[in-house]
Design a protein around this ligand. Structure first.
Ligand SMILES: NC(=O)c1ccc[n+]([C@@H]2O[C@H](COP(=O)([O-])OP(=O)(O)OC[C@H]3O[C@@H](n4cnc5c(N)ncnc54)[C@H](O)[C@@H]3O)[C@@H](O)[C@H]2O)c1
Length: 365
């Protein structure tokens, strides 16, 4: 069969993993196993990361204040010889209160770099939450004290659920202090994380003033407004405190006091991005530490940091989204989930855009 006649027979399809597929994927895999797999895959990618073969382009997008304050951004990655993956992510902090929707809504896509064909299209709202938790778990595992921990969480929305879940997979958690500026959201947190079996102490917002001196590990994952931070008090931190700073991901949006960041060993996910959007905005020039892949690769070299003040400046890295989509596609294959759609209009005659599979069939008959 000639190449052209083969092209006439084959209709390239795209694997679509929609909401129902993602829900079933979690059910079939199990929350713990899915999180463990995400942590394992992400840790391997951090460990093996080579910027000369994995190209992660700067994220960019549109930021606006009409019709609502928010942004839609693209986060592209290409592994040379492998697929191109692009996640589109929206952040609209008034979504939960005004539209009963998550603040973060995302979709992700994978292209074959041999032909340009769209291989997969999937929800990334759930995957983003899982991979963001997994990244904090890896940072915690490498940089936090290696014993049962007292965990603080400030900001109890969607990301808080997977922060707690992920960290519980790498450390035994002896107690949790959970704080949100919105009492209604704080009230539901224990139920949302009941599946972890961990007791939650929900504390009033004022407790954020002293939280850095009360816990071994702290996750900040708030939707604090630009210029409205920090979200925790500027008091003496526990000397070995490890912070996963997740919510600062926009110019001027900060969760930690400058003095805490200045004292800490700060590990950015992507330094260039963190200097513009993350807690690194507050770090004197070039004073931050190495990026997370380097710290994971040389975990032994950084072991002494476990007894020091450390901050993982997590702004979200496109490579994490590449890992998340590949894992979802793999699991969908295991469980036969998803729907194959023929999306692209690929004519049987590649030189004739108006030719269609149907007319070709008719001609053959
Ligand atoms: N680093 C990453 O990779 C990554 C990934 C996803 C989301 N994020 C960021 O994480 C943050 C949280 O996302 P989410 O999906 O959980 O949002 P969400 O809207 O579900 O939850 C945010 C919570 O923060 C609370 N909050 C706001 N200001 C506060 C304050 N000053 N003190 C205490 N609580 C406060 C809100 O009441 C809300 O409950 C956002 O800023 C988002 O952009 C980062």
């Amino acid at each position: 069969m000639s190449d052209r006649s083969r092209a006439r027979r084959e209709r390239l399809s795209t694997l679509v993993l929609g909401a129902d597929d993602l829900v079933e994927l979690v059910d079939r895999t199990g929350r713990d196993r899915l999180m463990d797999l995400m942590i394992e895959r992400l840790r391997r990618r951090f460990d093996e990361h080579d910027p000369s073969t994995v190209l992660a382009r700067k994220r960019d997008g549109f930021r606006y204040d009409k019709p609502a304050l928010g942004l839609v951004e693209w986060m592209p990655t290409h592994e040379l010889g492998g697929p191109v993956v692009v996640k589109m992510v929206g952040y609209h902090p008034t979504n939960p209160s005004q539209r009963a929707l998550p603040s973060v809504i995302a979709t992700t896509s994978m292209w074959d770099s041999e032909s340009g064909h769209l291989v997969a299209l999937a929800d990334a709202t759930l995957l983003t939450a899982v991979r963001t938790g997994a990244a904090s778990a890896i940072a915690t595992d490498v940089l936090a004290v290696d014993r049962p921990i007292r965990l603080g969480i400030v900001g109890l929305g969607a990301q808080a659920v997977t922060q707690l879940h992920a960290i519980s997979r790498v450390r035994s958690i002896s107690s949790v202090v959970a704080i949100d500026s919105d009492d209604d959201i704080a009230r539901t947190f224990a139920d949302r994380v009941a599946f972890t079996g961990i007791d939650i102490e929900t504390a009033p917002p004022e407790r954020a003033d002293t939280i850095v001196g009360e816990v071994d590990v702290l996750c900040t994952c708030t939707s604090v407004d630009i210029g409205a931070g920090p979200v925790v008090g500027d008091t003496a931190p526990t000397p070995w405190l490890h912070v996963n700073a997740v919510g600062a991901d926009f110019p001027g949006k900060l969760e930690l006091p400058a003095s805490l960041v200045e004292q800490a060993f700060v590990v950015p996910d992507v330094a260039e991005q963190c200097l513009v959007e993350g807690e690194c905005q507050q770090v004197p020039a070039l004073r931050h530490g190495p990026e997370i892949p380097d710290v994971v690769r040389h975990a032994d070299r950084h072991a002494a940091r476990r007894s020091e003040l450390t901050v993982f400046d997590s702004t979200g890295w496109s490579v994490e989204d590449d890992v998340a989509l590949r894992l979802a596609v793999e699991l969908a294959g295991d469980y036969n989930l998803g729907t194959e759609f023929v999306i692209e209009c690929l004519p049987p005659d590649p030189y004739d855009p108006y030719s269609s599979a149907d007319s070709d069939h008719a001609r053959d008959r």
